[in-house]
Design a protein around this ligand. Structure first.
Ligand code: BG6
Length: 469
């Protein structure tokens, strides 16, 4: 079968403010939760007001100053879309101000204008793994209902400001990850109880639906989606207990999508809350607010995992504790590579939510070697992405409506979990070492030209290795 994606399919890459911008205190930016996890979201939480420790994220890849060069390189690859996030702390440095920081707003104006020069459609995440640190210390993060109001003020401000420039929005990045890392997800202490975490998550779900409503009012021609960490689990064995454990494991993250697409809590959560003695304060107004559902569902996909009734088989992954699949190989970071999983996931989500889908993260973190002639031959990355995109195409043939694909980290950036730069995802190499040294010079890898040809041919240059054609 010839591979050809829909004509209006959006092709591009995805980045997040705190992993690329740097300039962490410039132009009035406030401290974010990400600034306070200098060694990555699983590292120590450090109050940067009290401590002059530094982080590689402080300068990151200096996208804040170098974005024109980077956007030009994305354009050279043929990007029609770039997913990026706005740093909430550039707009409201502490989070509870009533007036926004003009310098922060002006930065994103410049950025969107630069993208517009090349007809690159922005897909903007309102909150990608960060929130104002002040809201955590002074208000208790998302545990406090008042934070909903601060978030919606921020959302309203950016919707109004960029209404003519941005037509695709996402609310919270990987909203289901708070269950695994509550500080980054909802600004709570890591030893918080399940009840505290679910209450904070509830506030975030309400804030997300309020943002959806505001977006529809302020930018009627915009589309706004949610964002899930697509942690799809297969049963480890056909043992009924394993199948049921897997069903529940998948509910753990599908729950977020269920609320955000249906507008109410699914029944299975009631039983879960009851059995675990979790009491969530849900007001009548909250129930009303939740009815504002998303226009599309977006997700990240890096790997699948297995579900089992035997918890002792779990291993520490990046964000999740996972049970590995004996049939799959893994990346250098132990992330299991499963291209078929993306087809399975696309079908699962489409059948369940009946909404268009957007793949907003997928890619391979690997150690790249610069050859003596300066080239970087990242065939492993090309293989990974080729095989996943072939399966995305299969899903489209299955009838799934897919709006686009933004690969994670089209330019090397600082990894989220451990703030590593040696874990590279890019088509563009950045000369930066873990100790912060390096010229920050950008250089295309082999995959740069590969992705360019995929986009140019709208998928026709992809190789379906299992096909005999
Ligand atoms: C996703 C996040 O979980 O995975 C990104 O949305 C992150 O922010 C990506 O960078 C890859 O994870 P890591 O730890 O390899 O950067």
């Amino acid at each position: 079968m010839t591979i050809k994606f829909p004509n209006d399919f959006l092709w591009g890459g995805a980045i997040a403010a705190n992993q690329v911008e740097g300039a962490y205190r410039e132009d009035g930016k406030g401290l974010s939760s990400s600034d306070c996890t200098p060694n990555g979201l699983f590292g120590d939480i450090v109050d940067r007001n009290q401590n002059n420790i530094t982080s590689i994220k402080d300068r990151a890849i200096d996208f804040y100053h170098r974005y024109p060069e980077d956007i030009a390189l994305f354009a050279e690859m043929g990007f029609t879309c770039l997913r990026l996030s706005i740093a909430w702390t550039r707009i409201f440095p502490n989070g509870d101000e009533t007036q926004p920081n003009e310098k922060g707003l002006a930065f994103y104006d410049r950025l969107f204008d630069e993208m517009a020069k090349y007809n690159i459609t922005p897909l903007v995440t309102l909150s990608h793994y960060e929130m104002p640190y002040y809201l955590i210390t002074q208000y208790g993060g998302w545990g406090n209902r008042k934070v909903i109001e601060f978030f919606t003020r921020y959302a309203k401000t950016v919707f109004e400001r960029y209404k003519n420039k941005v037509k695709y929005w996402l609310t919270f990045n990987e909203i289901n990850m708070s269950l695994h890392e509550p500080f980054t997800g909802v600004g709570l202490a890591r030893n918080s109880t399940k009840e505290q975490i679910y209450q904070a998550i509830h506030h975030q779900l309400v804030a997300s639906s309020q943002a959806v409503k505001l977006c529809h009012e302020i930018i009627p021609d915009a589309k706004i989606g949610n964002m899930l960490l697509g942690a799809v689990a297969y049963p480890l064995t056909p043992k009924p207990e394993d199948v049921w454990a897997t069903h529940n494991e998948n509910h753990g993250w599908l729950f977020f999508g269920d609320v955000q697409t249906r507008g109410y809590y699914p029944t299975y959560m009631r039983r879960y809350f009851k059995e675990n003695n979790i009491n969530i304060n849900i007001t009548d107004q909250d129930k009303e607010d939740l009815k504002s559902t998303v226009d599309f569902v977006s997700f990240s996909y890096y790997m699948s995992c297995c579900g089992t009734s035997d918890d002792s088989l779990r291993q520490k992954g990046n964000i999740l504790d996972m049970v590995p699949n004996p049939y799959l190989k893994a990346s250098e970071w132990g992330w299991q590579i499963d291209p078929t999983g993306i087809r399975y996931l696309l079908n699962l989500l489409y059948e369940r939510f009946q909404k268009p889908l957007f793949i907003v993260e997928n890619g391979l973190g690997a150690k790249d070697q610069v050859q003596p002639d300066g080239s970087i031959n990242d065939d492993y990355r090309i293989d990974y992405m080729n095989d996943h995109l072939v399966q995305v195409h299969e899903a489209i043939e299955d009838g799934v409506e897919v709006l686009g694909y933004t690969s994670w980290g089209p330019i090397d950036l600082i990894s989220a979990s451990k703030a590593e730069v040696t874990k590279r995802y890019g088509f563009i190499y950045v000369d930066l070492n873990q100790d912060g040294s390096g010229s920050l010079q950008r250089r295309p890898k082999k995959s740069f030209y590969w992705y360019q040809s995929v986009i140019k041919s709208n998928g026709q240059t992809l190789k379906n290795k299992s096909s005999n054609e």
